[in-house]
Design a binder for this molecule. Structure first.
Ligand code: PLP
Length: 294
């Protein structure tokens, strides 16, 4: 049986210190009304979120997701999320998932217009079946993001590096990629450096060395990329965060888009230039990503 529901988190308990937060969660069916029409998350996309992969009721990488939620909240001047309360909400939500792959979303919104507190909730839904794309891979196009690499420090109000609910631009970039005959996109900075995909991080392989764009360039620091780097380091590979020029894309030995729910999708072509795919290596990577990770 597939399950779709939300746990609404009582905002009055956001600062509470206690062992058990179970009575601060209200379960609502995904089809039931739960939000006020004055919600600033729906009116302005004003809030932050996380998407966590769940495999056979195990929520993956909970602490890195909670840390990034707190980082995003700080960048947006939202109250610091109560880590223990959110951890218990995730635990309860994961326990009620079915077998197989699910996605838990954490949402922390500015709240209701003129209302006193932020609104917070956790949703549960079955994940899409990404098994084919994990094998067959994705064709990508590069798209100009319109900012220089140093924009995050020069203009922090753009909230780059925060996982905000305002994903309309990311979704538009995916539609543009589809219009150009590709499956996904890689954003480039205006000054010609590689950034990230609209919903994933990029990892490039060169021999036994793996590189990802440094996360201080106004991109999200991906929890999956972090986990992949730990895994690769344990296997004796070299990993590095670098400023990656766009010219490095098509000379890589292999490349992947990695994210919490789709996991590792090998890139088969960038701007119509084919890239080699190591099917066995990618399968092992996804096997690792599907194993329980904390
Ligand atoms: N970059 C962006 C813009 C994203 O939206 C995401 C995930 O949604 C990622 C990177 C990858 O992050 P994670 O591996 O934590 O899912």
């Amino acid at each position: 049986m597939t399950r779709r529901f939300a746990l609404m988190i009582d905002p009055a308990t956001a600062d509470a210190v206690r062992d058990d937060f179970a009575d601060t969660f209200t379960r609502v069916d995904a089809a039931a009304p739960a939000l006020s029409v004055g919600e600033l998350s729906t009116q302005r996309g004003d809030g932050v979120f996380e998407s966590i992969g769940v495999v056979d009721r195990h929520a993956q990488e909970v602490v890195p997701h909670l840390e990034r939620l707190a980082h995003s909240a700080k960048l947006c001047d939202l109250p610091v999320p109560n880590q223990e309360q959110w951890r218990q909400a995730i635990e309860q939500a994961a326990a009620d998932c079915g077998e197989g792959e699910y996605v838990i979303k954490l949402i922390l919104s500015r709240g209701v217009e003129h209302g006193p507190t932020p609104t917070a909730w956790v949703t549960v839904a079955p994940a899409s079946d990404f098994s084919a794309v994990r094998e067959a891979g994705v064709r990508v196009v590069t798209l100009d993001r319109g900012y220089d690499l140093d924009i995050a420090e020069r203009a922090p109000w753009l909230l780059l590096g925060a996982k905000t609910l305002s994903y309309a631009v990311n979704m538009a970039a995916l539609r543009e990629a589809h219009r150009r005959g590709a499956d996904d996109a890689i954003f480039l900075s205006r000054d010609g450096y590689v950034l990230e995909a609209p919903t994933a991080s990029l990892i490039l392989r060169s021999g036994d060395r793996f590189v990802t764009p440094a996360p201080n360039g106004g991109i999200l620091h991906g929890t999956t990329q972090l986990s992949v780097f730990d895994h690769l380091t344990a296997q004796g590979f070299e990993v590095a965060y670098e400023q990656v020029p766009a010219s490095a894309l098509t000379t890589a030995d292999a490349a992947w888009l990695v994210s919490s729910v789709r996991l590792a999708a090998p890139i088969t072509a960038i701007d119509d230039v084919s890239l080699p795919v190591d099917a066995a290596f990618t399968a092992e990577l996804n096997q690792y990503l599907l194993s329980p990770r904390d």
